[in-house]
Design a protein around this ligand. Structure first.
Ligand code: FVH
Length: 299
């Protein structure tokens, strides 16, 4: 049998913003029968020439399919799109960005309505969808049975990584990676601010920054090992006391260059807080020990 005779699984997609439209196009191009619905109908109608079946309502799109994918703005828009829609027997896959708590609450909400549920976090931008070479992928968590049933369909737009049956864990992975990304953006922004007005072109600093950040990438694995073993002192090359002393150079240089330390200051403050809490105990530690201060009481 040739590929053209293989029946591709049908699905519905609710939400055709930038991301939803990119997803829709990959499923259509791969030959999956796709029903689309969008609050603003024109975005759904634009996909009809590419083979999409346009539903007049979210209820109509859901009724016509077992697999229903959501790619809406936020959790509240899911509530408004699916209010009163019969979800009995449906498999809901939520690609809408949300918090872990929202993922768990949506899973309970879906279960109460007789649906299976998987939450997801997209690690990529619309141009990375349907472009495996771009390296984008999607975290999924929740019903393993649902994921296994639909894995092939879900992997059409981007690679899939299932991270467990807790429906909050896809969002938690998503937010952890995005939070690390913003820390990185903050550090890079500070570095460029320092050289502004000097005879150093940003394009000349760029490769040096990339190379240095690549070399410092070891911190990810180092932190994971120390946070697991709770050993913050063995094999330390750059101890906390030295780093706190050296951080004064960073702060004074920023002041001399007329640059705010608001982006890097909180991390330097955390190291100092750890050292000052008990200098004898913490001076020889790796900076990873300071991360233990981040968890606030009550959680
Ligand atoms: N675009 C990106 O780079 C990121 C990559 C990582 C994942 N995010 C998340 O994906 C979700 C959708 O993002 P998007 O880029 O498609 O967002 P928009 O283009 O703004 O489209 C939003 C869609 O949601 C519909 N919508 C909004 N409010 C409601 C509502 N109350 N009821 C029903 N639908 C609603 C909106 O409809 P319309 O404005 O066209 O009528 C769009 O279809 C998102 O969670 C990102 O965080 C994207």
């Amino acid at each position: 049998m040739t590929d053209t005779h293989v029946t591709k699984r049908p699905l519905a997609l609710l939400g055709l913003g930038d991301m939803g439209t990119a997803l829709a196009r990959t499923w259509l191009a791969a030959g999956h029968p796709l029903t689309v619905w969008n609050r603003t109908a024109a975005k759904a109608e634009a996909l009809a020439p590419e083979g999409a079946a346009v539903a007049a309502s979210a209820a109509e799109a859901v009724a016509a399919n077992t697999l229903v994918v959501l790619c809406l703005l936020d959790d509240a828009s899911i509530g408004s799109a699916l209010d009163g829609v019969d979800l009995t027997g449906k498999d809901l896959v939520n690609l809408t960005t949300g918090t872990p708590a929202e993922g768990r609450a949506r899973a309970a909400w879906a279960q109460e309505r007789g649906a299976r549920f998987v939450d997801a976090g997209i690690m990529g931008t619309p141009s990375m969808i349907g472009a495996p070479e771009a390296g984008g992928y999607v975290f999924y968590s929740g019903s393993r049975a649902l994921f296994d049933t639909h894995r092939e369909v879900l992997e059409v737009p981007a690679a899939a990584r299932f991270v467990g049956e807790d429906p909050g864990h896809a969002a938690l992975h998503d937010v952890a990676l995005l939070s690390a990304m913003y820390g990185l953006f903050g550090g890079i922004s500070h570095a460029y601010a320092l050289i502004e007005g000097e005879d150093i072109a940003p394009k000349d600093l760029a490769p040096l920054l990339s190379e240095w950040l690549g070399a410092m990438g070891f911190f990810t694995g180092n932190a994971a090992e120390r946070l697991t073993s709770r050993d913050f002192t063995s094999g330390v090359e750059s101890n906390l006391a030295m780093q706190v002393a050296a951080s004064g150079t960073l702060v004074r240089t920023a002041a001399d260059q007329g640059v705010s330390t608001e982006l890097i200051g909180p991390y330097l403050d955390l190291m100092r807080e750890r050292l000052e809490a008990d200098p004898a105990a913490h001076a020889g530690e790796d900076t990873v020990g300071a991360l233990t201060l981040l968890r606030r009481a009550g959680r």
